[in-house]
Design a binder for this molecule. Sequence first.
Ligand SMILES: [Zn+2]
Ligand SMILES: [Zn+2]
Length: 146
Amino acid sequence: MFGGGCACGTVRYALGEAPYDPGWCHCRLCQHVSGSGGLVFATVHLDRYRIIAGGEHIGSFASTAFGTRTFCRRCGSPLSIHVQHQPDEIDIPVGTFDDPEVIAPAFHLYVAEAPGWMPMSAFLPRYRALRPNTRGLLDGQTEADT
Ligand SMILES: [Zn+2]
Ligand SMILES: [Zn+2]
């Protein structure tokens, strides 16, 4: 069982499967939410994601026309992104896992928006925006809102 939660410990979640498809996102929204050069996310199926404590303290906002982010209203930790083109999956910041070592990022998204000082792995593929094979988007489509 994989689990995690926010910085203040109010919100706790459990994952009923191993998270998959981990990667960096360097979009401006992830920069704002992280206060840094981006966030690392991994994915689970929505029906394997369960809030086990503090659900009443979760806030959410529509971060884009196609996605909703949640966060802890007490400490501000980012908790999830849910996008329309992947209705049955949810993306979770790996830094909120109890053990962030369980999975390592395998690619960089939105590198066109990353600050120049953001260190990036020389060994991982980099994409200007989304990957051209993003689940739920048309083949070759790399922006979800166009
Ligand atoms: Zn919190
Ligand atoms: Zn992002």
